[in-house]
Design a protein. Structure first.
Length: 159
């Protein structure tokens, strides 16, 4: 197992198994829009609080948990990988993370299988929107996920 990365606060927007996508004001953490998607989320999905990404939203995060997580829940999570993604040609990577109280799950997680599930989910969701394209890239390390988080945070500090 690679070195455990520092935990970050994550906000859950969409529970695993749900076809409801709840968008939130990512500063005030209140819902702004609810819509249905064509495939259930394979894992809980949300964002790393306070870490902006290149698309103007917060850095996206899939939370790999052994328990159900609810919309609006906040928890500390350790990054375990970074999944490269490009939407309409723009970088929109996802952190893969495990709740801090579930780090014992890390050695049991097959990241290649997780990537395949996420890629299948995204393919189904984007298939109904011909105006949007999605390319899933490489699976990167936990250290690379942390480096991206730190880079994005440092860009905020410079502004």
């Amino acid at each position: 197992m690679s070195e455990l990365q520092p935990a970050r606060r994550v906000f859950v927007e969409n529970p695993a198994g749900s076809t409801t996508k709840t968008h939130h004001d990512e500063v005030n953490l209140v819902p702004t829009l609810v819509e249905e998607v064509s495939a259930p989320y394979p894992y809980a999905y949300g964002f790393v609080i306070g870490v902006p990404s290149g698309d103007g939203d917060s850095l996206d995060c899939f939370i790999l948990s052994g328990r159900p997580l609810a919309t609006g829940e906040q928890l500390d999570c350790h990054p375990i990988a970074l999944l490269e993604q490009y939407q309409n040609g723009m970088e929109d990577h996802d952190v893969l993370a495990v709740p801090a109280d579930e780090i014992d799950l890390i050695p049991t997680i097959d990241l290649d299988a997780v990537k395949a599930e996420i890629e299948a989910h995204m393919g189904q969701v984007f298939a109904h929107d011909p105006g949007r394209t999605l390319e899933v890239g490489a699976l990167r390390s936990a250290a690379e996920a942390t480096a991206l988080i730190e880079e994005l945070l440092s860009s905020v500090d410079r502004d």
